[in-house]
Design a protein around this ligand. Sequence first.
Ligand code: AMP
Ligand code: GLY
Length: 426
Amino acid sequence: MNILLVGGGGREHALAWKLAQSPSLTTLYAAPGNPGIAQHARTVPLDIDDHAAVGAFCRAHAVSLVVIGPEAPLVAGLADALRRDGVAVFGPSAAAARLEGSKGFAKDLCQRSGIPTARYVRTASLEEARRAVLAFQAPFVLKADGLAAGKGVVIAETLAEAELALADLFAGPGGAEVVIEEYLHGEEVSVFALTDGTRILPFGSAQDHKRVGDGDTGPNTGGMGAYAPAPVLTPELCERVYSQIIAPTVDTLRADGNPYVGALYAGVMLTASGPRLIEYNCRFGDPECQVLMMLYRGDLAALLLRCAQGELDDAPAPDAHFASRSALTVVVAAKGYPGQPRLGGRVELGGAEDGGAVVFQAGTRREGDHLVASGGRVLAVTATGDTLPEARDAAYRAVERIGFADGFWRRDIGWRELRRAALRSR
Ligand code: AMP
Ligand code: GLY
């Protein structure tokens, strides 16, 4: 079958790398793709916002499955337009993608369905927000309702800071809608599921590193590194996440007439009173997808097609399709990220992949015969090992072989789990 992959970041490079290994794949197209994706796919300069043009491309090239990587085209309704054209799509409709596109929608759905999450207030009025915040305790969690590429969340330490942040959130010309919520204490874990709208296939767990600096310091980013699986999510906790959070979400959306088809990513806080949902994303995580793809052993193209066609198998044992190894990825970013990254710096991959690591390209562009940085997160250097420490060592050995004078990376990816492993082995 021919597949069109939409997107051009590290997540999509990992999907392209895995799809290219599928026995059921004939030709992989990618729009817009990137130089890394171009090693596995024919990249095509399609305007993703032009849904009719994407549909016409699919007809002209006998594409039988479209895999949509990023959230923006999903929230914009690309999957709906293609389905109307009769193309199978892995990725939710605009209505179902509101789980990520509107934090208020996701919170209301949780409340309706009894899904454990942080207590919250949703409002479009600054006055009401100012009053509502008084009912919470520091730290105060304030969220802009819509898509904000990870930048719509403020955690304010004091009431004064919270009031300033609220004024800021409402300062725009069109006003705003915000969610104010209770701060959850605990360890964060990313849990993935594939669903065809009815059946749910558990699809692994991972832990991300959102802060830019070592020791989880500095501003939030899209993610500076990740590893899978996340042993902190014990089988018992994992079962609770699926039964108390993911299954009721999928059931509610279907009952509402908006079945969710695609990858569902739950950001979960493991609190003293059990797992609680922090947020939903309507896609794979980036860079969590990179580690999941390194461990997935099946025919990805066939699996995503079954999902898109409403034919997922009845739940196999959780994670049955993953190698029982560990994978770890280190994001190499351009200096300045997550502020203004320094773009255009030359990137030499050298022998980074010689030891079995895979360098997924996130923000690169070809200039003559070499690669240059074209985004904040530039590479995701990913390796596996029998144990997490082995995966970590292999990934960092590969990072050291890369030439990128304008780059930086965290040196402590995996620290929580590595510390636990060290304590256990004492
Ligand atoms: P979000 O965009 O909703 O994932 O929020 C970004 C990050 O802010 C999350 O990954 C958490 O680390 C943190 N965060 C969001 N909501 C909460 C909350 N209610 N309690 C504690 N931390 C939170
Ligand atoms: N790594 C976090 C995300 O993809 O949202």
